[in-house]
Design a protein around this ligand. Structure first.
Ligand SMILES: *Cc1c(COP(=O)(O)O)cnc(C)c1O
Length: 394
């Protein structure tokens, strides 16, 4: 287990840069390329034999100086032994899962996972003979009762995608470690600024870097951070599949990361401000923001996280589809779209999918991503559109 770091602000400035600065640029160059050439066969063979290791230049698909810099920087931020970059957040999920599953093995997946995690588990892993079962993410240490002899991994999120309930991460990882089962956590929401899941006993953290880590809605990338026992299998699996990040995405991620801490600090403050404002509106039934006690698992968030992202859910009093459409369409400062974590505000109605349980909130769930606009601008925009929805009294 790794301990949380305290000098993240310095790391974000100092890491991921050239080793020498004598008359060089501040940043790593944009690095593109396929073949890497060697002067001797012996040097080529040494690189080939070490090709799975971060830092060994062998062939473009295995990485280059800039991508290794990014991997090393992220590993430091996560307190991880190693980070493997992937072409998207979904690729990080699928490569992490493929590192542990085999035909006949049992995989435990939290019921609140990101939609494409479910698509991969039900559509691909099931076809390959993996036995996937879903569990209530709020079960905590009770997950121990669901672990079978054949359980190969536990996949979950903190907080859940779309519904924002925060599981008891140490309770789940404690039960998993006692049974010798690795845990994989999708930590996209919090980023290492607000939570370092490896310090909570998680074995593998994945994140979509298309969100906050790159932070400007201009690139798609993913990462898998892990403890030392899992580094080899994750890198070998990812490279065996040929998953590969582009040089431009690496460049953009290195640039985006420089401002990660100040962006997250803004989203923490602005997100809470907006969520508190929503809670006062007569059309709002409840606010699903982990920093508010109306959100299931709020106490877990308060214990394990040092801040909140700017993505949260609002449940509106029951109303018609047409009313929701009219409300969303009337907003001028919230783009309608998937993804989040850029500089711009977004809105998206959400229908949670459940198979282990049911999602019982009576009302319409809408997800908001708060961007860098002035909160007063966003509030005025929302206030003008809210009359399209019903209040409790109507
Ligand atoms: C967006 C998202 C992903 C997928 O990431 P992509 O980079 O879009 O492939 C995975 N997990 C969570 C929680 C996400 O929000």
């Amino acid at each position: 287990m790794s301990s949380p770091r305290s000098n993240t602000a310095d790391d974000l400035v100092q890491l991921g840069r050239p080793d020498r600065f004598d008359g060089r640029h501040v940043n790593m160059p944009l690095e593109l390329g396929s073949t890497i050439v060697f002067d001797t066969l012996a040097a080529f063979e040494a690189a080939r034999d070490a090709r799975y290791e971060t830092g060994t230049m062998y062939y473009g698909r295995y990485g280059n100086d800039a991508s290794f810099k990014l991997e090393t920087m992220l590993a430091e931020l996560e307190g991880a032994d190693n980070v493997t970059l992937t072409s998207s957040g979904v690729a990080a999920i699928t490569m992490a899962l493929m590192s542990f599953v085999s035909p006949g093995a049992h995989l435990l997946v939290a019921d609140h996972v990101y939609g494409n995690t479910r698509v991969f588990c039900d559509g691909v892993l099931t076809r390959m003979g993996v036995q996937v079962s879903y569990f209530d993410p709020m079960i905590g240490a009770g997950v121990a009762d669901l672990i079978r002899d054949t359980t190969c991994a536990i996949m979950f999120e903190a907080p859940g995608s779309g519904t924002f309930e925060v599981p008891d991460v140490p309770a789940i990882t404690g039960a998993a470690r006692a049974a010798g089962v690795p845990t994989i956590l999708d930590g996209t929401w919090a980023t290492p600024i607000f939570c370092q899941p490896l310090a909570l006993g998680v074995d593998v953290v994945i994140a979509s870097m298309s969100k906050y880590l790159s932070g400007h809605s201009d690139c798609m990338l993913g990462m898998i951070a892990c403890t030392a026992d899992h580094t080899a299998v994750i890198r070998k699996t990812t490279f065996a599949f040929g998953d590969k990040t582009g040089g431009q995405e690496v460049f953009l991620a290195l640039r985006g990361l420089r401002t990660l801490k100040m962006r997250m600090e803004h989203f923490d403050k602005a997100g809470r401000d907006m969520a508190a404002w929503f809670a006062q509106q007569p059309q709002v039934k409840t606010v699903l923001h982990p920093a508010f006690d109306t959100c299931p698992g709020h106490a877990h968030w308060a214990r394990d996280f040092s801040g909140a992202a700017g993505l949260f859910g609002v449940v509106f009093h029951p109303c018609s589809d047409e009313q929701v459409r009219a409300f969303v369409d009337a907003l001028n400062h919230f783009g309608i779209g998937v993804s989040w974590g850029g500089y711009e505000s977004l809105v998206l109605p959400v229908t949670p999918q459940r198979s282990a349980g049911t999602w019982d909130e009576d009302g319409q769930l809408v997800r908001f991503n708060i961007g860098l606009e002035a909160p007063d601008t966003l509030k005025a925009d929302l206030a003008a559109a809210l009359p399209h929805l019903k209040t409790a009294a109507e």
